[in-house]
Design a binder for this molecule. Structure first.
Ligand code: AMP
Ligand code: GLY
Length: 424
């Protein structure tokens, strides 16, 4: 079989490595992919993740049997609709269902209508109304741009003045472009965060092993937000009792709600949850695999990924076993010094063979045959082990096998999870 994976990050590399475990898979093309994946996939740098017409032409001319659309942008733009129309079976939601991530106003209204627990909120398209509403609120309070904003469209305002500034910057100064013409203002929630990715065919939902992201750049969760500096799985805060509650109050109702709205969701639905003192609530939905959550979740998947993905497309997930290892995984992201603000690129990367086996490359390219850094988050190193402390130790040992000028990683990935384990 010939497969195509759209996207270029560590998440896509993790998907590709897992798909390759199926012996029926002959060739995987990555559009565009990155130089660090070259030993696992044929990368096509000329075709970007948003070049849908070119993707369809490529798929039809290269005998593609199955395509995986991984990032949010092509999903929101209708890549799955276009590939499906051209006769290429595809993993991922269509455009109508991808709106669950593409519009926060849509997802908040969906949760309100179907009584799915989430932070109380109001939506505004008029700046004066938003500012007037804030007068009656107390801080901290959360201001979110409606559309996709590369994960940066969320401001946790510590004062009402700060919230007003955030509204103005989104609605007047358009710092997130058109994403900010509509804003959601919502209640500030507290509690541990859990990411739960799930497979769904629009009827059945199968949660994957839970995980924990580490979004801040600095040790001890300090400094600015990033795309994610590391992950662990499973998340010790997510107990069996909480998982059962989430299934009943969040997962099943969400799948049913999307179906009732005429937008059945197929693919990977990501539930960003906060375990508040009043029970689990949805912070956000993503219409795709998380990055870097995928880099710890998929290594623990025991079942064949391609078979499970195809079941979501065909609507046969109910009859398809999806099993996970009972062990733990830890992924440490190695970034360029200065990320997430200013950083230099183009530094040669060296890696031991052992570390390369455990590495998912995100921001690197081949230059005259040499792998050099090309992005902020350069790669993620993942280890799996029977216990979380072992996985953490092994992941950090493996990171010593990679080096490039200015390589930076957090030293405390997984420490909060270990603490949670002790609290229980
Ligand atoms: P989002 O892009 O919606 O996932 O938001 C990014 C991050 O902001 C989340 O992972 C949370 O840490 C935080 N956040 C978002 N909404 C809230 C909220 N209502 N209360 C507290 N923190 C929030
Ligand atoms: N790690 C969060 C995300 O993928 O959106």
């Amino acid at each position: 079989m010939n497969l195509l994976v759209i996207g270029s990050g560590g998440r896509e590399h993790a998907i590709i490595k897992k798909l390759k475990e199926n012996p029926a898979v002959e060739t995987i093309y990555a559009l565009p992919g990155n130089g660090g994946m070259a030993s696992d996939a044929i990368c096509v740098p000329e075709i970007g993740a948003k070049d849908i017409e070119k993707q369809v032409a490529f798929a039809t001319s290269h005998g593609i049997d199955y395509a995986v659309v991984a990032p949010d942008d092509p999903l929101a733009l209708g890549a799955v609709d276009a590939l499906t129309a051209a006769g290429i079976p595809c993993f991922g939601p269509n455009k109508a269902a991808a709106i669950i991530e593409a519009s926060k106003a849509f997802s908040k209204d969906l949760m309100k209508k179907y009584h799915i627990p989430t932070a109380a909120y109001e939506t505004f398209t008029d700046m004066a109304a938003a500012l007037a509403y804030l007068e009656g609120q107390s801080a901290p309070i959360v201001v979110k741009a409606d559309g996709l904003a590369l994960g940066k469209g969320v401001i946790i305002a510590q004062t009402i003045d700060e919230a007003k500034e955030a509204v103005k910057s989104m609605m007047e100064d358009k710092v997130f472009g058109e994403s900010g013409s509509k804003v959601v203002i919502e209640e500030f929630l507290t509690g541990p965060e859990v990411s739960v990715l799930s497979f769904t065919d629009g009827e059945t939902v199968v949660p994957m092993v839970s995980s924990m992201d580490h979004k801040r750049i600095g040790n001890g969760d300090t400094g600015p937000n990033t795309g994610g500096m590391g992950t662990i799985a499973p998340n010790p805060y997510y107990t069996e009792a909480i998982a059962k509650e989430c299934m009943e109050t969040i997962f099943l109702p969400t799948i049913a709600a999307m179906k009732a709205e005429g937008r059945p969701f197929k693919g990977c639905l990501y539930f960003g949850l906060m375990l508040t003192p009043k029970g689990p609530k949805v912070i956000e939905y993503n219409c795709r695999f998380g990055d870097p959550e995928t880099q710890v979740v998929l290594p623990l998947l025991k079942s064949d990924l391609l078979t499970v993905m195809q079941a979501t497309t065909k609507g046969t997930l109910k009859d398809t076993p999806v099993e996970f290892d009972t062990g733990s995984a830890c992924c440490v992201v190695v970034a360029s010094q200065g990320y997430p603000t200013k950083y230099a690129t183009g530094f040669p990367i060296t890696m031991t063979e052992e570390t390369a086996q455990h590495t998912y490359v995100a921001g690197a390219k081949l230059q005259n045959g040499v792998l050099v850094t090309s992005g902020g988050r350069v790669l993620g190193v993942t280890a799996t082990a029977p216990t979380l402390p072992q996985a953490i130790e092994e992941a950090y040992r493996l990171t010593q096998g990679v080096s490039f000028e200015g390589a930076y990683c957090r030293k405390d990935i997984g420490q909060r999870a270990l603490q949670a384990g002790k609290e229980k």
